[in-house]
Design a binder for this molecule. Structure first.
Ligand code: GLN
Length: 194
């Protein structure tokens, strides 16, 4: 059984822990570099990316996380977590930094005011058995990707799920639906060590 951490600085940590456990991983919270060093994979939850960015710096996690991701640690980010995995944010708040790992540019709060939160069926490449119900909450979209990035899903003509090597990210929150197939996809990637 792989041990998978959830970055527990801010955001919907508990929901990811529950989804990972349902997907047959040993799920643990990660707040310190020593805890990061002990996991086989890491989830970066949804929440507020500016807050996660600041708290990661405060907890001395920014550099260890960047290094771990560069070193091949499997990571999965949902919503704010997707933003944290972007090499570049189109409209960063001042001081907002990401961990990076995916060669993409993201736009925060991209889906606009009328649609700040909504649900939509999303076909995710690699997820069997039909579309997943995507919960989008002030969600980012992926504005553009580099050549090494695989687009896994789009919604309304915008990229909402991607993978590059060891890093997986979705604009939406599968941890809020009780459908654990996206977490299963990630756990499977952790098992094969990619
Ligand atoms: N809008 C948030 C941000 O920019 C993300 C929202 C979410 O994670 N549900 O970080």
């Amino acid at each position: 059984t792989p041990t998978i951490g959830v970055l527990a600085l801010q955001g919907d940590v508990r929901e990811h822990l529950t989804a990972l456990a349902a997907a047959d991983a040993a799920a643990v919270s990660v707040r310190r570099p020593a805890e990061l060093a002990a996991v086989d994979g890491l989830v970066i939850p949804g929440g507020e990316s500016t807050t996660i960015s600041k708290l990661a710096a405060l907890f001395g996690l920014t550099e260890p996380l960047r290094e771990a991701i560069r070193g091949g640690l499997p990571v999965y980010g949902s919503c704010a977590g997707l933003i944290m995995l972007a090499d570049k944010i189109l409209d960063p708040r001042s001081g907002q930094e990401t961990f990076g790992g995916i060669d993409m540019i993201v736009r925060r709060n991209a889906f606009g005011r009328q649609n700040e939160s909504f649900e939509a069926s999303v076909d995710v490449r690699g997820v069997q058995g039909g579309p997943v119900e995507g919960v989008f909450i002030r969600a980012p979209w992926v504005e553009s990707v580099g050549a090494g990035v695989e687009v896994l899903a789009e919604h309304g003509g915008h990229i909402v799920a991607v993978r590059q090597g060891n890093a997986l990210a979705t604009s939406f929150h599968p941890e809020l639906t009780g459908d654990h197939r996206v977490h299963e996809l990630f756990v499977a990637a952790v098992r094969t060590g990619s």
